[in-house]
Design a protein around this ligand. Structure first.
Ligand code: ADP
Length: 430
């Protein structure tokens, strides 16, 4: 787009690729994220001395921080994302549930508000039936959730969940939902401009998760047909229009075996897995986010958005799959990244780079495209085998096994798939 860029980095990220490629780069503090990537005054100072017009917050750290968005506004810097009100409304998962219910979206049966006492919890579990899931209202990143199958575990889990929520998120509020068994995680990508024009860009199936964290995402979902896509898409659009949402965003649904779907939460930012949507729609979501933030109209109408082919993303984490996904930071001595037609790699690593232990273990995303799911799987399989990195251990061997799994190939997956697959594997080793 011809926009000059300024990168911010912590002392631990001095040699990261984004620092090398930006027109300018400013160090904003020490490795600990509270001293750098979460340090609002340091980021704003960096923006002011380099005279930036806008800040793109990426998908971690302050990307869903309403206070940061407000500070940008008050410093006359455009925050490339939704309004602070939008972020605040969806940031509390419980409030989000209530608001989406008001907008007419189906929500998972559960508590209308915070569950404080064990008596309240037991009463609710009796109403909705076991299993149930306790969630932290301020939770995120797959953390702060506990599944309970009976009164006994419910009572003991509630107290630990509240204490953990307080310790991790600074907010002890928890609520309870019906635990949907063997669901799929289906999310709808949305784009909304400042003039109320809102569209959906198909779905992503993110059912391949370990400990509630996504490992592989794909678009389209192998079980969603045009009719269901339209229903999901229109429902999601209705949800965000109800509170005048602006920018890119995602509504996450749980889809059960009977094709019932329930609103789970909304992410008011771009997501790690957005490239699969870009591959199948041909729309560059980041460019659109920037244009929308600049006050431009989004010109594409809903009926001009088509899903073409299939795309898969594998998250390559610096984790030793053979050793219970143990983190594997350190220096990369040798690296070969795959390429060729229909492969996209998003990464900050290179040969000689040292993966620090400070941040998320995601080191690269491979995105494969094909005319259909089968083609995309084949291309991904080839790319995974061409990806060489040493001595760092990664999730590549896991992904290769996954792509060879007959049930995965048939598209018969749910959010329990990885757990089952790992259990089967450990049985084989005994
Ligand atoms: P986070 O914000 O931490 O990512 P989510 O609310 O998006 O949390 O939930 C993450 C994952 O947890 C979902 O993709 C799904 O696998 C599981 N999950 C959450 N709520 C339920 C539920 N009510 N029933 C079954 N699984 C659930």
């Amino acid at each position: 787009m011809g926009i000059r860029t300024v990168a911010v980095f912590s002392e631990a990220d001095r040699s990261s690729l984004h620092v090398r490629f930006a027109d300018e780069a400013i160090c904003i503090g020490q490795a600990a994220s509270s001293n750098s990537y979460l340090n609002i005054p340091a980021i704003i100072s960096a923006a002011e001395i380099t005279d930036v017009e806008a800040i793109h917050p990426g998908y971690g750290f302050l990307a869903e921080n309403a206070h940061f968005a407000e500070i940008c506004e008050s410093c006359k810097i455009t925050f490339i994302g939704p309004t602070p009100e939008n972020i605040r409304l969806m940031g509390d998962k419980m409030a989000a549930r209530t608001n989406m219910k008001k907008a007419g979206l189906p929500i998972v049966p559960g508590s209308p508000g915070v569950i404080k006492t064990k008596e309240e919890a037991l009463k609710l579990a009796k109403q909705i039936g076991y299993p149930v899931i306790i969630k932290a209202a301020a939770g995120g990143g797959g953390k702060g959730m506990r599944i309970c199958h009976n009164d006994l575990t419910l009572v003991s889990s509630l107290m630990t969940a509240q204490a953990e929520a307080e310790a991790n998120f600074g907010n002890a509020n928890c609520y309870i939902e019906k635990y949907i068994e063997e669901p799929r995680h289906i999310e709808i990508q949305l784009l909304a401009d400042k003039f109320g024009h809102t569209v959906y860009l198909g779905e992503r199936d993110c059912s391949i998760q370990r400990r509630h964290q996504k490992l592989l995402e794909e678009s389209p979902s192998p079980v969603i047909d045009a009719k269901l896509r339209k229903r999901l898409g229109e429902t999601a659009v209705r949800g965000v229009k109800a509170f005048n949402y602006v920018s890119a965003g995602t509504i996450e649904f749980l889809l059960d075996k009977y094709n019932n779907f329930y609103f789970m939460e909304m992410n008011t930012r771009i997501q790690v897995e957005h490239p699969v949507t870009e591959m199948v729609t041909g729309i560059d979501l980041i460019k659109e986010q920037i244009r929308i933030a600049a006050g431009e109209k989004f010109k594409i109408q809903q009926d001009a958005i088509h899903i073409k082919g299939a795309a898969i993303e594998c998250r390559i984490n610096a984790e030793d799959y053979e050793n219970n996904f143990m983190p594997s930071p350190g220096k990369i001595e040798s690296l070969n990244l795959p390429g060729g037609p229909n492969i996209r790699i998003d990464t900050h690593i290179y040969q000689g780079y040292t993966i620090s232990p400070y941040y998320d273990s995601l080191v690269a995303k491979i995105i494969a495209y094909g005319n259909n799911r089968q083609d995309a799987v084949k291309t991904m399989h080839r790319a995974l085998n061409e990806f060489h990195i040493s001595p760092i251990k990664t999730t590549i061997p896991f992904h290769i096994k996954l792509l060879e799994n007959p049930l995965f190939l048939k598209g018969e997956i749910s959010t329990h798939f990885v757990q089952e697959m790992l259990r089967e594997e450990s049985k084989g080793e005994l």
